[in-house]
Design a protein around this ligand. Structure first.
Ligand SMILES: N[C@@H](CCC(=O)N[C@@H](CS)C(=O)NCC(=O)O)C(=O)O
Length: 221
């Protein structure tokens, strides 16, 4: 069958959980990355919702990140074994999206990042990590969100924790279970290979960010 081609900006961004899913599922994919903002200005009007990513598979075109991720999670059995597990996975996915939404405007392209950092570290982040960790631990022996079953929730949670790491170094180790989860996931065979490969973008966003490539790339696995 046709190879999925990801059209996105040349970065990890919101597509990274999908890439990790592909890695675990053994799906070969191609990147058709956009590097020049001028190209985007031209292309935007021709996309279904004026945004990227778009995944093309043969003559099919998929848009909306979470729809795409859930589609492939269904296809490759990353949604638990019954609807109860699917619910638990989805709760974690939504909690991660909420947390990301609360934090994103603080660190992405924020010229006041250095002053806002304290606020993030001391006020914003702790309740988010605490709640996520409490949910992770609830009726769960780990190592994954669904116990022994790897799921879409793990790809989402790992990317979120990994994204935050360079911005707020020193925070993750304070949350023992989340730190262990991050470590366990990072050392899965195919994941580790991908994380250390050239295939993985080093930057979380494109270079519009005033925090540049520095804090975002300073904690490479
Ligand atoms: N709900 C959409 C939002 C996509 C989105 O906002 N993408 C951003 C990049 S991460 C984008 O295309 N920005 C360029 C623009 O809006 O012109 C999704 O999750 O796919």
């Amino acid at each position: 069958s046709a190879v999925p081609v990801i059209r996105y900006f040349a970065c990890r961004g919101r597509v990274e959980p999908l890439r990790l899913l592909f890695v675990e599922a053994g799906v070969t994919w191609k990147e058709n990355s956009l590097t020049d903002p001028k190209d985007w200005a031209q292309e935007k009007g021709q996309t279904p919702f004026g945004s990227l990513p778009i995944v093309t598979v043969g003559d099919k075109q998929y848009t909306q990140t979470m729809a795409i991720i859930r589609h492939y999670a269904n296809e490759h059995n990353f949604f638990g074994n019954d609807s109860e597990e699917r619910l638990r996975a989805d709760i974690m996915v939504e909690a991660v999206l909420d947390a990301q939404e609360k934090l994103a405007s603080k660190y992405y392209w924020n010229p006041n990042w250095e002053t806002d950092r304290k606020d993030v570290e001391e006020k914003l982040l702790p309740p988010l990590y605490e709640n996520i960790q409490r949910f992770f631990k609830k009726d769960n022996q780990g190592p994954w969100v669904l116990g022994q079953t790897l799921s879409v929730a793990d790809f989402m949670l790992w990317c979120f924790l990994d994204l935050m790491r360079p911005f707020v170094p020193g925070q993750l180790p304070k949350y023992q279970e989340l730190a262990k989860f991050h470590q366990d996931f990072s050392t899965r065979e195919k994941i580790a290979e991908y994380l250390h490969s050239d295939k993985r973008y080093k930057n979380h966003t494109i270079t519009l960010s005033p925090v540049g490539g520095t804090p975002e790339t300073s904690a490479q696995p």
